[in-house]
Design a protein around this ligand. Structure first.
Ligand code: FPP
Length: 246
């Protein structure tokens, strides 16, 4: 096949990211960990644009896990404050750029101020369609499965009515296709209770790059790695599925 007939490389519809490495980025500069998170938010704003420009429709990021409450109080309140200043500072711009924001996670544990900020972010971007940014906040993959089960029970479903579709439609990301590409920065190779249900068939991509340093080149590298993967969803390899001698 000539180069001009090469089909366009596959672009993931949905990318999920564990934005790891903010603390180390700050420590290497003798700065408080919180500064790493501040920088991490700037990276998110940049990367969102890069992915949107490449045709990614959904970006879901892990901003605060159900387990992150165990961090020092100063760091936790720093991240909460970052949401408030982030919404005040960047929401109008994101809304104008066509970003639709959703927050997924347990809102019960959040302060009324924070809940109001997230509500405002969702409300003012509800009509946008360029890229769907879902911020997982006070989120855990196990929490998500449990809350979907609880909803099914509360709605009166009988045990025999509970199947994969019944739970999938009650999960926090029910509005989105499952993630195609799961990226974790910062060198660790763990899922860390992120989208446990939804990433059943996601392609995994681990980068040593610390999140604040994740730039256009790293975005390209992750998308190129994805384009080179063969997705089988439990089936056989493409080169084994052709009839013998074909
Ligand atoms: C993990 O790095 C990062 C977090 C727990 C927080 C991520 C938050 C942001 C990127 C900014 C906030 C964004 C929004 C949308 C509110 P780490 O602290 O575990 O880094 P380390 O492994 O180097 O210690």
């Amino acid at each position: 096949m000539s180069a001009s007939r090469t089909p366009p490389a596959a672009v993931p519809r949905h990318v999920a990211i564990v934005m790891d490495g903010n603390g180390r980025w700050a420590r290497r500069r003798f700065l408080p960990r919180f500064v790493g998170h501040e920088q991490g938010m700037q990276t998110l704003l940049r990367v969102l644009d890069d992915f949107a420009a490449r045709g990614v429709e959904y970006l879901t990021v892990f901003a605060f896990s159900s387990e992150n409450w165990k961090r020092p109080e100063e760091e936790v309140s720093g991240i909460m404050g970052l949401v408030l200043t982030g919404v005040a500072k960047y929401l109008r711009k994101l809304a104008a750029e066509g970003v639709r924001i959703r927050v997924v996670g347990d809102r019960e544990g959040l302060s009324p101020k924070l809940r109001a900020a997230w509500d405002e972010a969702e409300r003012s971007t509800a009509a946008n369609t360029r890229i769907h940014l879902s911020v997982a906040f006070n989120y855990g993959g196990r929490w998500d499965v449990v809350q979907a089960c609880r909803r099914a029970c509360a709605e009166g479903l009988a045990p025999e009515q509970i199947d994969e579709a019944a739970l999938a439609s009650r999960m926090a990301l029910a509005f989105a296709p499952d993630p195609d590409l799961f990226i974790r920065t910062g060198g660790e190779m763990r899922v860390s209770n992120f989208l446990l249900w939804q990433t059943a068939y996601a392609e995994l991509y681990f980068s040593d790059c610390l999140w604040p340093d994740f730039g256009p080149q790293e975005v390209e590298a992750a998308l190129a790695a994805y384009a080179g993967r063969e997705r089988r969803f439990g089936g056989v390899r493409a080169d084994e599925s052709a009839p013998q001698g074909a």
